[in-house]
Design a protein around this ligand. Sequence first.
Ligand SMILES: Cc1cc2nc3c(=O)[nH]c(=O)nc-3n(C[C@H](O)[C@H](O)[C@H](O)COP(=O)(O)O)c2cc1C
Length: 160
Amino acid sequence: MTFDIDAKKTLLKKIPHGLFICGVREGDEINGFTASWVTQGSFDPPLIVMAVRAEGSSHGIIQRTKRFSLNFLGSEQKELAAVFFKPQSALGGRFESAPFRFGELGLPLLENTLGGVECVLVGEICMGDHSIFAGEVKSAHLIRDESPLNLAETGWSYGG
Ligand SMILES: Cc1cc2nc3c(=O)[nH]c(=O)nc-3n(C[C@H](O)[C@H](O)[C@H](O)COP(=O)(O)O)c2cc1C
């Protein structure tokens, strides 16, 4: 049996994704990054499953603090998504262009998105270049019930 790498790449790129800003906090340090490998994993308890790049600065913060927030971007917020994946000179710098507040779990919730949830880490699979984190939703804040931003509309690609 041969493994057709090109077929794998073409097919995996077809998995539909939304675009989110994951927020983390460790003491006074906050950080956020654009995430697309996100899905719901359970109704009861409500679980969010997210893959996080092992070499990213947020990965260790999630492992140590055992919590993260997920901010849901509106269809017109491509520019904000771009702010949160570009390299930054210091942790937290991305939030300079995005107003936010802290939720009940102390995690950053962006003000102008569709809303955000805060999650407590309940499981992780660390294998490969991304780790899979399962977070139980502990708080939810709806700001506006409008269309979400989807990766397919942006012309960007993350996957394959
Ligand atoms: C379209 C797009 C989708 C992305 N999706 C993810 C993702 O699901 N998980 C992830 O860890 N990084 C993802 N990234 C990469 C991170 O946003 C990027 O590596 C970021 O700089 C990480 O920040 P940090 O190192 O401060 O945590 C994505 C990047 C782009 C451009």
